[in-house]
Design a protein around this ligand. Structure first.
Ligand code: ADP
Ligand code: MG
Length: 223
């Protein structure tokens, strides 16, 4: 196999968020956050996800996957409808809190979008009080989300976007059945976005159970 020597060649222009169908306030917020060029996984997945497709996206840790699912879920969201419209499932509380932070930064462009984190290990009483106040977006671990669904303290009838983040790790941690039960309680008419650092057989199976004709974007490392 021959390799093209690109030394000295100009780097290809990195795709800009300006090429995406996002509202001006969102574009301005991205600039303020210092998000000028899209990362490769964002450039590959955002046009598909913003067009409404179900998506399986694989890219290594630190590649910007959070924004790749957050911008589409925000695009699907109606801020004037105060009900849970997006659910993000994460493997751990720490990751759920990181995702919540990033969602809040990206959602700043809109007035008053409320994001709530619901994870195991935190007192359920506080979560019940927060749920009583309502939220547009919920981020949490599968076990605790299922717990709230079983208690009827979380309703997903207004949900339009379901995200499975770090799907490989969720499976490693034994969450497959909890995830299946959560998905069963989500409306069928929804967009499902699955993100993962690796793509083992288990993740492919999981995707096959819940996704509708998904597009696949896989960025494997070459170095
Ligand atoms: P992953 O989920 O793939 O591990 P993250 O979504 O946590 O990656 O992103 C890693 C870091 O990169 C975060 O600090 C995030 O704010 C930053 N980031 C994401 N997208 C961009 C971008 N387009 N430009 C600059 N920084 C970005
Ligand atoms: Mg991530």
């Amino acid at each position: 196999m021959t390799r093209t020597d690109t030394t000295g060649a100009p780097a290809p222009a990195a795709a800009s968020f300006a090429s995406l169908p996002l509202p001006p306030a969102m574009q301005a917020n991205l600039q303020q956050l210092g998000y000028l060029a899209m990362t490769p996984i964002q450039a590959a997945s955002l046009p598909l996800a913003l067009a409404g497709a179900d998506l399986i996206a694989q890219a290594k840790t630190g590649s910007g996957k959070t924004a790749a699912f957050t911008l589409p879920l925000l695009a699907n969201l109606n801020p004037r409808r105060f009900a849970v419209q997006a659910l993000v499932l994460c493997p751990t509380r720490e990751l759920a809190e990181q995702v919540t932070q990033e969602i809040r930064r990206l959602a700043r462009a809109e007035d008053n979008i409320k994001t709530l984190t619901l994870c195991g290990g935190a007192p359920i009483r506080n979560q019940l009080a927060s749920l009583a106040h309502g939220a547009h977006i919920v981020v949490g671990t599968p076990g605790r989300i299922l717990d709230h669904l079983s208690r009827d303290t979380l309703a997903l009838d207004a949900l339009n976007t379901l995200v499975l983040d770090e799907a490989d790790r969720m499976l490693d941690m034994g969450f497959a059945e909890d995830i299946a039960q959560v998905v069963e309680r989500c409306p069928k008419a929804r967009q499902t976005l699955l993100f993962s650092a690796t793509y083992p057989e288990g993740v492919a199976k999981l995707a096959g159970r819940f996704m509708r004709d998904p597009k696949e974007v896989k960025l494997t490392e070459r170095h």
